[in-house]
Design a protein around this ligand. Structure first.
Ligand SMILES: *Cc1c(COP(=O)(O)O)cnc(C)c1O
Length: 462
């Protein structure tokens, strides 16, 4: 009886009564069961990419005119494709910026997909957008911004930064003519590569301001640039640089932007999560004065890919910059909160929902504890490096990124050690550069990472 009802409502026949997709019930059950197991299972530490030719041979041809069927396609994913991807949530994955989503968030990512919500417009996605906005409001409060602030979720920090900068330029262009030598963005060399990419896409120039001895962009440095440069429409400060986890002098930079009446965008893609942690909250002082802000919950806020929260103090400026108009869109109500109007996108999934669900399930206090836990772990490892005879800290960490060296080693030694540690599954830790020298870097975003495991892995750097 229930099966018949299910078939009646699933409408998988053509008007002529032909089955379009056949009976998909079995594959739905298998895929959902697989997703459940995958979410619950411990990550595979040695799963890794393999050469393209090798992978092509192992995978064979999956897409054929007749289809391979659900069981075979799932098996292919489980046994060949998935093992050729890196486990981002491995507890000793400290390379680049990993990700450690909660299981609740991962499960709800599957639910979000199942619901197939168009979350570009309020009219199509109101319930989902309401929930996303509640998660954004939590961030707005952490920032100390007014309740009128608003934004949306985009795929990543790159798109968040681009969208914010497009808004900033539109706001500047609305009040003054295009400068003869073009529009400019001011940022430090330590700003994320996506700022340069955004500038390139927007055909604007980047003026680099120097950082001080602590690696911070300072108000004085911004002042010096703004006093002489013309056509600057935005200053980008970073709250948690990707390479070293440093927070620029936000309050002094905000002073400078205020004096020069320039838009202040704060890139907190990685480090914005620290706003939830009382032990480092003081570093963000001044963030309440920014005009726009991004944080990637897929980095240090325990959400799955791909999820960047983009916020504006004045969402009207974003609407003016981003609303797309076309005859087929004429019917859209523009007086409501349409995420499509606030960034460089139109169609979008409700990618903030897994983050919202996890916050709702666990509560914000658990989030605070989880972020603090990663900070505690990185402090324990920092102390161990400081106390060790064979390693040296490169700079004093401010958040949860650690740069360190093995005196006497060069780039080849680091590369060989890093490859070996990845192959054995001991840890993922890759070299970077600091002031022109090769050093090692670890980024902690996983509250399940144990300092002892990391310290033990570091003992192999002798
Ligand atoms: C990671 C990062 C970005 C880019 O974010 P994606 O989500 O990878 O596009 C931008 N800025 C900073 C500071 C980052 O750490």
């Amino acid at each position: 009886m229930q099966k018949a009802q299910c078939e009646n409502t699933s409408a998988n026949t053509t008007p002529d009564g032909l089955q379009v997709w056949g009976d998909e019930e079995e594959i739905v059950a298998a895929a959902i069961d697989y997703a459940r197991q995958r979410i619950m299972r411990a990550p595979d530490r040695v799963a890794a990419a393999r050469p393209a030719a090798d992978l092509a041979l192992a995978a064979g041809t999956a897409i054929t005119p007749w289809g391979m069927g659900g069981a075979a396609a799932l098996k292919l994913f489980d046994q060949v494709l998935a093992p050729a991807t890196r486990a981002q949530n491995g507890s000793t994955n400290l390379a680049y910026i990993p990700a450690a989503p909660t299981r609740a968030a991962l499960a709800f990512d599957a639910v979000t997909g199942a619901a197939n919500i168009f979350a570009g417009t309020w009219e199509a996605g109101a319930g989902a957008i309401h929930a996303e906005n509640e998660a954004l409001t939590w961030l707005t409060r952490l920032l100390g911004w007014p309740g009128t602030a608003a934004g949306c979720f985009v795929s990543g920090g790159t798109l968040g930064n681009l969208s914010a900068l497009i808004t900033a330029r539109a706001a500047a262009a609305a009040s003054r003519p295009r400068p003869t030598d073009g529009w400019k963005i001011v940022c430090a060399d330590s700003a994320h590569s996506s700022i340069r990419s955004a500038a390139q896409a927007m055909d604007v120039k980047v003026v680099t301001a120097p950082v001080d001895h602590r690696g911070h962009l300072t108000g004085a440095a911004v002042d010096t640039v703004l006093d002489s440069a013309t056509g600057v429409f935005a200053v980008v400060a970073t709250a948690g640089t990707t390479n070293a986890g440093l927070v620029d002098d936000l309050d002094d930079i905000a002073d400078s932007c205020e004096r020069h009446q320039v838009w202040l965008h704060i890139d907190g893609a990685y480090g914005g999560a620290g706003l939830a942690a009382p032990s480092v909250r003081h570093r963000y002082s001044g963030i309440e004065r920014a005009d726009s802000f991004i944080v990637d919950p897929h980095k240090w806020l325990f959400a799955p890919y791909d999820c960047c929260a983009l916020l504006y103090r004045d969402p009207a400026a974003a609407r003016a910059a981003h609303s797309q108009s076309a005859h087929y869109l004429d019917a859209i109500d523009r007086d409501v909160h349409n995420p499509a109007d606030l960034a460089f996108h139109l169609s979008r999934r409700a990618r903030g929902l897994p983050f919202w669900f996890s916050l709702a399930v666990h509560g914000t206090e658990r989030y605070t504890r989880a972020v603090e836990q990663t900070l505690t772990t990185s402090r324990l490892v920092t102390d161990a490096i400081r106390a060790s005879g064979h390693l040296r800290l490169t700079i004093e960490p401010e958040l949860s990124v650690i740069l360190f060296e093995r005196p006497g080693w060069g780039p080849q030694d680091y590369a060989a050690w890093s490859t070996r540690a990845a192959e054995t599954g001991a840890m993922l830790c890759v070299p970077t550069q600091w002031n022109g020298t090769t050093v090692l870097r670890m980024a902690f975003v996983n509250p399940e990472t144990r300092a002892d495991d990391v310290i033990e892995a570091l003992s192999t750097l002798r």
